[in-house]
Design a protein around this ligand. Structure first.
Ligand code: UD2
Length: 308
């Protein structure tokens, strides 16, 4: 894959993509401002990558990071719906201006392709399921607006400047190195760390809320495919998910079974802005990227819990 730049390389997803690219023999450069990313995520691969402590909003740092690079994997963001709701202006910089800076630097540097971490948040809470890429977007939160606008910039750069771009709409991603410590952490990371510690987990709602929980290996695979596919994928948007949904109660039961947690759980009212059901149609990614599910929910959960 020659020379690549991963923004957000010290994050859960960026550090996983870095490992896979290194295994493929790529020369990996990484940019991260360590706001949500952690150096411990790349500790074991630190010597293999050209790590740069810098911000995606810093035009000079990004331009420098893009020099000589063939592929950019843009993962840097503040990946939280509630944080964006609390601070729409503060999150717009990292999530949207950062994306634009990356695109502009990639264009100036003659990068071959930019692969972008887009979000299923673009679909909002419309009742039609499963979510297909040709459905009208209905962003609710500032995060959704920022991520969706980023997609539009990618498509615009593909059309205006011929920069090859691919947007991957991630559904609920989980796996090793996902931070479980914040109140805004992914529900599976929270359930696992809480149950292993013998702390009572909480379900917001009655437990029937469902998600297309997607193990990280699928995301890594989708990124590699998005970079390697022919130019027919340029300017396009793809769901990255499993195509199956699991309720919060089912997820709780499964984590409980694997961890051997003997306690029970609390129920609290649904969080403001929560989407009730989310599941993807992944047929477009299958057809155009050659994407397939490499690890399903059960297998991914076993792997994740084994990592703790
Ligand atoms: C996910 C993504 C977010 C964005 C969004 C798109 C994660 C961590 N976040 O948000 O970046 O792409 O999808 O819509 O993947 N919950 C509990 N107990 C807990 C924590 C959460 O019941 O301790 C519930 C929560 O209220 C929600 C569901 O679990 O109904 C999933 O929450 P989440 O924070 O894992 O992810 P989500 O779907 O809000």
């Amino acid at each position: 894959m020659s020379k690549v730049l991963i923004t957000g390389v010290a994050g859960f997803i960026g550090s996983s993509i870095a490992r896979a690219l290194l295994a493929e023999g790529a020369e990996v450069r990484g940019l991260d401002n360590l706001s949500t990313g952690k150096l411990e995520n790349i500790e074991q691969i630190r010597n293999g990558i050209d790590f740069r402590h810098g911000d995606v909003q810093d035009a000079v740092a990004v331009a420098d990071a893009c020099k000589g690079v063939d592929y950019v994997f843009h993962e840097a963001a503040i990946p939280s719906v509630p944080v964006s709701v609390a601070d729409p202006v503060g999150t717009n910089g990292p999530n949207l201006i950062g994306t634009l800076q990356v695109l502009e630097a990639a264009r100036q540097a003659g990068v071959k392709r930019v692969v972008y971490a887009a979000s299923s948040a673009a679909y909002g809470d419309s009742p039609e399921l499963p979510k297909r890429e040709d459905m009208a977007p209905a962003p609710l939160s500032a995060y959704a607006v920022q991520k969706l606008t980023g997609e539009y910039y990618l498509t615009s750069y593909a059309k205006m400047y011929g920069l090859e771009t691919v947007s991957l709409r991630y559904f609920n991603i989980f796996g090793p190195r996902q931070d479980p410590t914040s109140q805004y952490s992914g529900v599976l990371a929270r359930f696992i760390s809480q149950m292993l510690a013998g702390t009572k987990p909480t379900i917001f709602g009655d437990g029937s809320t469902s998600r297309d929980f997607t193990y990280i290996d699928n995301v890594v695979s989708a990124n590699l495919l998005a970079a390697k596919s022919g130019s027919h994928v340029a300017g396009k948007v793809f769901n990255v998910a499993t195509g199956t949904s699991v309720t919060l109660l089912e997820a709780y039961e499964e984590v409980r079974r694997i961890t051997g947690y003997a306690g029970d759980l609390d129920f609290k009212p649904e969080r403001v802005g929560d989407i009730k059901h989310s599941v993807a149609d992944i047929s477009l990614a299958r057809k155009e990227l050659g994407y397939g599910v490499v690890a399903d929910f059960a297998a991914g959960l076993e792997e994740t819990i084994a990592w703790y």
